[in-house]
Design a protein around this ligand. Structure first.
Ligand SMILES: Nc1ncnc2c1ncn2[C@@H]1O[C@H](COP(=O)(O)OP(=O)(O)OP(=O)(O)O)[C@@H](O)[C@H]1O
Length: 282
């Protein structure tokens, strides 16, 4: 297989803690994503999914990174900030959960969509043309009229389409999407996922998707990385993971650990159940 688009090796992430100590939240993980593939990062809240995604673009200034994050062979850990800025938006696009927080409330949505092109020297007229075309493509009707609206004039689902437009307008090779549909209602979630699916397909864009929703994983991803307490416990193709999860924690996430004393119709497991299952496996 060709060299991976994204190769994370031995990555450790620590934040300043109380006093002089730092607190390590990710403990030396390996994650590999090949071109054109879609990888879902799953795991319970606090397992380190978001900090890992943010580390790729070094969005947390106080995070201390050790190990290696290579994008198409280029080392990003310890790279000068101008290199990281060159990667953000152009080679790697980002979509976060809360579209309102991602948008600037005092700038028109058109201005925000055009920025990634304008700062790369595309002319204003051409940037506007590409921006309105992409917005229409993303299901925003009358995009050329709505281009000069402000974020508050858009609904939540429409705002997330704007955020996606900003993330993909410069045609990045990799899209990082952290819970991109969690804040949206179920109907809009499905539409937004379908759009991401089509865009990724059309542009052969790789996707690193963080989600809590195993239904989304099954429908969208090719591979799954399962994280727990700052470590990767399993990395498998999506079909393999659903058919035969190896790690007890993954089985717990999938609700597949059998319990002798439980009503078989009850599939929800507590962390204690998972730990019990793990102990009995050892
Ligand atoms: N800026 C920060 N400073 C200090 N600690 C942080 C910071 N950001 C995250 N953490 C800690 O890092 C750990 C991992 O957090 P992270 O947000 O990556 O979890 P997650 O798996 O994405 O969870 P969720 O699904 O709830 O988003 C948590 O213990 C969190 O408190």
């Amino acid at each position: 297989m060709s060299a991976p688009l994204l190769a994370i090796e031995g990555l450790r992430i620590a934040y300043p803690g109380p006093g002089a100590e730092s607190v390590e939240v990710v403990h030396g993980i390996d994650v590999t994503l090949h071109r054109g593939r879609r990888l879902a990062l799953v795991g319970e809240s606090g397992s380190g999914k978001s900090v890992t995604a943010r580390a790729v673009l070094q969005l947390d200034l106080d995070a201390r990174l050790e190990g290696s994050i290579r994008l198409d062979g280029e080392e990003l850990v310890g790279a000068p900030s101008r290199r990281i800025r060159a990667v953000r938006g152009r080679r790697v696009g980002l979509v976060f959960q809360d579209p309102l927080a991602a948008l600037n409330p005092v700038m028109t949505i058109g201005w925000q969509i055009m920025q990634p092109l304008l700062i790369r020297g595309v002319g204003k007229r051409e940037a506007r043309r590409r921006g309105t075309e992409l917005l229409e493509r993303l299901g925003v009707h009358n995009a050329s009229e709505r281009f000069d609206d402000y974020p508050h004039q858009f609904s939540g689902g429409m705002r997330q389409r704007v955020v996606i437009a900003i993330a993909v307008i410069a045609e990045p090779e990799l899209l990082i999407a952290d819970e991109p549909t969690t804040a949206l209602d179920v109907r809009v979630q499905a539409q937004v996922l379908e759009l991401l699916d089509e865009l990724a397909e059309e542009r052969s864009m790789s996707v690193l998707l963080i989600t809590h929703d195993l239904g989304i994983v099954a429908g969208f991803a090719d591979e799954v990385v399962v994280m727990r307490q700052g470590e990767v416990v399993e990395h498998a193709d999506v079909d393999t993971l659903f058919a035969s999860p190896r790690h007890p924690y993954t089985r717990g996430l999938l609700g597949a650990v059998p319990r002798i004393d439980a009503d078989p119709s009850v599939r929800l497991l507590s962390v204690a159940d998972v730990e019990l299952a793990e102990r009995s496996e050892r």
